[in-house]
Design a protein around this ligand. Structure first.
Ligand code: SF4
Length: 299
């Protein structure tokens, strides 16, 4: 067979594989929408079978390589309403980290993207019970919420909290930016103090602005902030922040999942922005300008 024929055969095989994948994904999406079409409220009227069928459509991923190698994840999607709103708001402010979203840049990974979108659709629509959520198979010690995307609404936050309760042998790292949704979810589930929180979850509050740590909320275990360049990241680490810097989580001992629950102050974690030179320079200039503005206001 000539090289040209081999290339054509490989292209055809790839197109066939993609067509099959898309047909399978479309069938899952259709099944989900058919069930949700019958729904009222947060799904109280759905039958047990319909609710179980929806949970069968939720994708729990195991990562056998990459940054969170050794962990499971339950993802939302950067196409969710919250992320899309934040990405749009980044158009006017380069410091909004969502404009540099790694997950949105990976949108070409169509299968994962569409499965995550389906997760977001289901988890933000139907409120499941702890017992129902036990059906999600997480046969490991570590699981991350929202490697992609964010908590869309209170219902999703409540489902995540119930997953935590239903999987007591797994430690969860709950990454979030949508603070009102997570706070409302905690309140709706009856959590009021740090002592009330389940022992097997750590809340990682991901700062919205590059270089500016989010104000800590009562339930935060860590504040995760991306800095514009090596200099500002090093300064944050020197000031006491834990260094993430794109390391594999295994290499840092899975700090975000396993560190002792904070008593007074949350752990600060610093990571350098991953981007090209032009974007880095623009982000650093905006960071310096905002710092100067804050200093002027202070005094
Ligand atoms: S601080 Fe450690 S556990 Fe957390 S994201 Fe970075 S490498 Fe992973």
């Amino acid at each position: 067979m000539t090289t040209k024929n081999t290339n054509n055969a490989s292209k055809l095989a790839n197109e066939k594989r993609l067509a099959t994948m898309r047909a399978n994904l479309a069938a899952l999406e259709k099944r989900c929408e058919a069930i949700l079409a019958d729904m009222t409220g947060t799904g109280e009227n759905l039958t047990q079978q319909q609710r179980a069928d929806l949970l069968m459509l939720v994708n729990v991923a195991y990562h056998d390589s990459g940054k969170i190698e050794g962990c499971f994840s339950i993802d939302s999607c950067a196409a969710c309403d919250f992320c899309q709103h934040m990405i749009a708001s980044a158009a006017d402010n380069i410091l909004v980290i969502c404009g540099s979203c790694y997950a949105a840049a990976d949108a070409w990974k169509e299968a994962a993207w569409r499965r995550h979108k389906l997760n977001a659709r289901i988890m933000s629509s139907v409120l499941f019970t702890v017992d129902e959520l036990k059906a999600l198979l997480i046969p490991g010690q570590l699981c991350r919420f929202n490697e992609d995307g964010d908590t869309v609404n209170t219902t999703m936050a409540r489902n995540y909290l119930r997953i935590v309760i239903g999987h007591p042998h797994t430690n969860f790292g709950y990454w979030y930016k949508n603070a009102p949704a997570v706070a409302a979810g905690l309140a709706a589930e009856g959590y009021k103090t740090r002592e009330d929180l389940p022992a097997n979850v750590r809340f990682i509050h991901s700062s919205l602005l590059i270089g500016f740590p989010a104000a800590a909320l009562w339930f935060d275990d860590a504040i995760f902030t991306v800095y514009p360049d090596a200099e500002t990241t090093a300064a944050a680490i020197l000031a006491g922040a834990h260094e993430c810097n794109g390391r594999r989580c295994r290499a840092c001992g899975y700090t975000c999942y396993l560190h002792a629950r904070r008593q007074e102050k949350p752990l600060h974690i610093a990571e350098v922005l991953r981007c090209n030179k032009a974007r880095r320079e623009a982000a650093r200039a905006a960071y310096d300008a905002k710092k100067a503005q804050i200093a002027a206001l202070a005094g």
